[in-house]
Ligand binder design. Structure first.
Ligand code: PLP
Length: 400
């Protein structure tokens, strides 16, 4: 078996902070270390759009360079961009924010998430998160001095964290609930009823909600519920999002935070010392994306939806039962019928069939028995990957 425990930092090195030294390396990175040495792999592993940023957006970036927009912007981000972001949120989710005081442009939503946690956490504060969840959630909470409290989710509850399960884990130290729907790695979305139950809980226990809505535009059924648009949630929600997934702009590093003024002020305090401002050229491109990018977004969503349907159908056909993911670009099939652990399955599949998927355990203990398959790759790649996966299941006589 291959050793995928590749990059753990030596915990006894006194020059490295204990917090960092003991932080486990990302399960995704660990797995992709394996891939870098192999050829002809079909990857269903990487969680980013396979589309290149639409041309008119790239052109806006090029133009900004030609015009010499190479300086810092205001800490909060260019006023025109903040204005576009408020219009965008109003248009899509019917929620209004003040462009000057309630929006912060960040270097990807990753920065927004880190800022939000650092701005609210006192040492030992607990932040509730679903398990499985995006790899950065527990790590960012720990780095901010907090304690992640994992709430198990499973197929029965469609991988959506339930208010009753959250309530059972609330203590005096609980500061916030961090939710991220549509979800990475499961593709789960949260219904209005489920969101409302969590909002009522947050109100009842005076908790903050951090809502990571980076996949908000990638939904394939009901409309996305923007958490702060729920009754009384605007005042206690920090909304995190960005253009990486919706506009195929991962490398540009543009994200944003929308929240009431006191939160934005707190986040901006950290941002002004650590990041100064998000990349200027990328901010110019983001303005163009928000002004004129809607048709391209919809085209990409349609294409993801086509791939999603195909992938889920084929996974079920080859004996890997998969609940229907209604958002993002991930399917999360069960591999329990194979008798293998998620890591064994992913490693063996990679070595025998050269198909990369991510073990569910990279996203938390409750991911055991599942693998994440990303369908942000061409339909022909997905077809071939699933053909190989079908052969893998048959060859190893693993089905029950
Ligand atoms: C759930 C989730 N949140 C946040 C991010 C970070 O996105 P970015 O920093 O590119 O905006 C990702 C990236 O994969 C993600 O899956």
């Amino acid at each position: 078996m291959l050793n995928i425990e590749s990059t753990a930092i030596e915990a006894r090195d006194n020059l490295i902070s204990q917090k960092v030294a003991t932080l486990p390396p990302s399960g995704i990175r660990k797995f992709f270390d394996l891939l870098s040495s192999m050829e002809d792999i079909i990857s269903l592993g990487i969680g980013e759009p396979d589309f290149v940023t639409p041309w008119h957006i790239r052109e806006a970036g090029t133009y900004s360079l030609e015009k010499g927009y190479t300086m810092y912007t205001s800490n909060s981000g260019m006023p025109e961009l903040r204005q576009e972001l408020t219009s965008y949120l109003e248009l899509h989710y019917g929620i209004s924010y003040h462009p000057e005081h309630e929006i912060l442009v960040t270097t990807g939503s990753s920065e927004g998430l880190d800022l939000a946690l650092r701005a609210i956490i006192n040492p030992g504060d607990e932040v509730i998160i679903p398990d499985p969840c995006y790899v950065a959630y527990p790590a960012d909470i720990i780095l901010a001095g907090g304690v992640p409290i994992l709430i198990p989710t499973n197929e029965e509850n469609n991988f959506v964290v339930r208010a009753t399960d959250i309530e059972a884990r609330i203590t005096k130290q609980t500061k916030a609930i961090l939710v991220g729907y549509p979800a990475n790695p499961t593709g789960a979305v949260m219904s209005k009823k489920e969101s409302r139950a969590i909002s009522e809980l947050a109100k009842k226990h005076d908790l903050l909600v951090i809502s990571d809505e980076i996949y908000a535009r990638l939904v394939y059924g009901d409309e996305h519920i923007c958490f702060p648009s729920l009754p009384m949630m605007r005042e206690c929600t920090i909304l995190i999002s960005g253009l990486s997934k919706s506009h195929a702009m991962t490398g540009w590093r543009i994200g944003y935070v929308a929240a009431e003024r006191r939160f934005i002020q707190a986040l901006t305090k950290i941002h002004q010392y650590t990041m100064l401002s998000a990349p200027t050229i990328a901010q110019m491109a983001a303005i163009e994306a928000l002004r004129n990018g809607e048709a391209e977004v919809q085209k990409m969503v349609q294409e993801y939806n086509r791939r999603r349907r195909f992938m889920v159908k084929r996974l079920n056909e080859i004996g890997l039962p998969c609940f229907e993911p209604k958002g993002a670009f991930y399917a999360f099939p069960s591999i329990k019928a194979t008798g293998m652990s998620s890591e064994e399955f992913a490693e063996k599949l990679l070595l025998e069939e050269k198909v990369a998927v991510v073990p569910g355990t990279a996203f938390g203990a409750c991911g055991e028995g599942f693998v994440r398959c990303c369908y942000a790759t061409s339909l022909s790649n997905i077809e071939e990957a699933l053909r190989r996966m079908g052969r893998f299941i048959r060859k190893n006589r693993l089905t029950t």
